[in-house]
Design a protein around this ligand. Structure first.
Ligand code: DMJ
Length: 417
């Protein structure tokens, strides 16, 4: 983008952060800190032309704090106390424990210290080796001390999502000989098609159901889980396998609301039931379902990226311009409903906030969410920018995006995977 001044300022600010101490005892999430800080710093190092080694040093300083929790343990803990450097003993989930592998492999590459990559990959291999409730589909929650699942819930959404995402991306990023990563991803996709794939009785929208602890199908969906459509397309491209390039009905959750922006959680009705985690469908939800083929169970939009992320992959992989149209329509909705005017004369730019209710066409502050997640900047804006940029720039043939949309340069692809 040629924003070199801004980039240089940011490198300077990053170089002054002291990650060795913390003024608070608040838990530091190992997963969130890895994907945002370690991933962001390493990607910035690469994008800046490898001219700022301080970014590697800072990434390593953060990772060293995070890795202390995994000493003598197969799995990382969910969070750390950065003052005492002790892990916090609590249940974690497979997304938390299984989504460090790209970032820590990149850190190994730049530090020549194999420990980071080994720690992260051993956790993934452990999860993949446990008996899963369905083939390839690991349960959501896991005890970092015993190393066992603590439930049998299956989802491509919160708590599990990026574990599945990284099985594929790690295989591509490292070109590893160890087939377990890619084979587990393939089994997970195959098993999802066999067991989770459903079609709504209105509109024929495809979706992946969840499975609860008792083995019941839950006809629920979430904004978070929408990432899987892009991840499956990426896998289909890598494996040259067209059968896994199905398109999830995610866009319909945007197109159907009063704002043109999709909700946090939703549910479906299929021929084998409408069980949605015990929530009874209300008359209003029924009416919405009859019109749109899904109904809303969580109305907020907290500026999540997953639908635009999958839309970006679909555009890059298929070249179908309808994905550009969809991204353009979403930008229009963002400008209309999320934008908060700044004070130009004071140099304060416009801002964008999330929505309390995506199905109320109210652009006022009453309908806004008073908090901005960093993934609005890291992911939403970046996926949108790249959707309209030259596809040769940050090409999917050369880069692997971490789960926070930080691109990492990959080695040349193998002839086949
Ligand atoms: C991001 O932090 C990452 O994409 C993560 O994998 C889960 N989702 C949030 C944004 O919704």
């Amino acid at each position: 983008m040629n924003l070199t001044n801004l980039f240089d300022q940011t490198v300077k600010i990053s170089s002054e952060i002291d990650f060795s101490t913390s003024s608070s005892h608040a838990p530091v999430s190992v997963f969130e800190t890895t994907i945002r800080y370690v991933g962001g710093l390493l990607s910035a190092y690469e994008l800046g032309g490898a001219k700022s080694p301080v970014l590697i040093q800072k990434a390593q300083a953060v990772a060293d704090k995070l890795a202390r929790g995994q000493q003598n343990n197969t799995l990382p803990f969910n969070s750390m106390n950065f003052t005492t450097n002790n892990p916090i003993d609590e249940t974690t989930n497979i997304a938390g424990a299984g989504t460090l592998s790209l970032e820590w492999a990149a850190l190994t590459k730049y530090t020549n210290n194999a420990t980071y990559g080994d720690l992260a990959s051993k956790a993934v291999l452990h999860i993949a080796s446990l008996p899963a409730p369905l083939p390839g589909l690991a349960a959501q929650n896991i005890d970092p001390t015993s190393g066992n699942f603590t439930d049998a819930y299956i989802t491509w959404g919160a708590g599990s999502d990026s574990y599945f995402e990284y099985l594929l991306k790690y295989a591509r990023y490292t070109n590893t000989d160890n087939k377990i990563f890619l084979n587990t991803w393939k089994t997970a996709v195959d098993s999802s098609i066999q067991n989770l794939l459903r079609t709504s009785t209105v509109g024929n929208y495809s979706y992946l159901a969840d499975v609860d602890n008792a083995g019941n199908i839950c006809h629920v969906g979430s904004h978070l889980a929408c990432f899987h459509a892009g991840n499956w397309l990426l896998g289909g491209k890598l494996l040259q396998n067209q059968t896994i390039t199905y398109i999830y009905g995610a866009q319909n959750t945007y197109a159907s609301t009063a704002t043109g922006i999709g909700p946090e959680t939703f549910a479906f009705v299929s021929s084998d039931g409408d069980f949605s985690g015990g929530n009874l469908i209300s008359t209003a939800q029924q009416a919405f379902y009859n019109k749109h083929g899904f109904y809303i169970t969580g109305n907020v939009y907290i500026q999540r990226p997953e639908v635009l992320e999958s839309n970006f992959y679909a555009w890059r992989i298929t070249g179908d311009t309808k994905y550009l149209d969809r991204a353009a329509a979403t930008i229009e909705s963002f400008n209309k409903f999320l934008r908060i005017p700044g004070f130009k004369h004071k140099g304060i730019p416009d801002e964008f906030a999330g929505l309390q209710d995506v199905d109320i066409a109210d652009p006022s502050l009453d309908n806004k969410y008073d908090e901005t997640e960093s993934f609005w900047f890291a992911e939403v804006l970046k996926y949108l920018y790249l959707t309209f940029d030259n596809p040769a720039r940050i090409s999917l043939d050369d880069y692997v995006f971490n789960t926070e949309c930080h691109p990492l340069k990959a080695p040349p692809a193998l002839d086949s995977y």
